[in-house]
Design a protein around this ligand. Sequence first.
Ligand code: SF4
Length: 314
Amino acid sequence: MTAYFNPSYIFNPVSDDTIVELSPTQILKSQVCNRSLGYYRARVKPMATPLNLVFGSALHWVIEGFIKGYIDRDEMARHFSEEFFRLSMSGLISMAKSKTREVNEVIGKRLAEQFPAFYDNLGLRPVIIEGAFKLKIGPNTYINLVIDFVGVAERDIIFDGVVIAKKGDTVILDWKTAATKEGALFAGIALQLTFYWEAVRLACQSLGIKEPSACGFASGLKPNMSKTDSDSLMKAMWQPVQWTKRTRSDVEEAFDYARVVAGRIRRGEFHRTSGAAYNSPCESQTRCDYAGLCLEGSKRGYRIPGVLTIADLV
Ligand code: SF4
């Protein structure tokens, strides 16, 4: 049955006196497609949770447990498995074609097991783990952030031959997992880290720490492999942090961009973005959570896709 209910309220403009709250995830979604941002804000449920998201959540959970001291270093792999299983059971999961659930599990266990040694080697004293921050970027407009890690260097951090942070300096980290390590350019401009930087800078006095000196992603590599006993499992390793910094102009540009996104939300501008021809986000759930769910038709007349009803969407 085809549903003809018009769900355009998802995309309604909002008045200037309504509070608009954003997050780095929402800003990233707006960069892929503003229509997907509209769905995300309206809490339209994706058809299935990508397995990569489940993997990342389970790994973040054991890392937090280890740093906060309630998961023992020898128990990291077991706790990862249990959390991965628990999260995998909570709904429909979409699988990446290249890696089965079992392959993801062995990779996650190995990264979890290795994390304590990797962390010890960073030489950081934790100050905040998974801390919530709120940045005001304009009238009635905020960015909500959850920062994975803020810490103080216990020794000088040398990166690319220069001291990027001295003993006692504040650093910010985000735990990531990906098939390839992030490049220096990406680490240098990633908006997420820029917002973290400013949030920590504004809060540093009340936290009793210095302004941030360095930030970066700590990436656990997920090698391409199709069998659990593949030799490539050895490549599942935490990579050296690609340390970077942020300037005032980086922060100003990131705020400007966030205000553009907030303005589009206020004006109800949720235009579709098809992307490039063969890797359009519309064609794959790995690029857009709403591929397959997306309303048919333009802003001038939406229609719910044939096999779905409004109950499938919200
Ligand atoms: S399916 Fe395409 S148009 Fe629809 S939200 Fe996703 S990227 Fe945007």
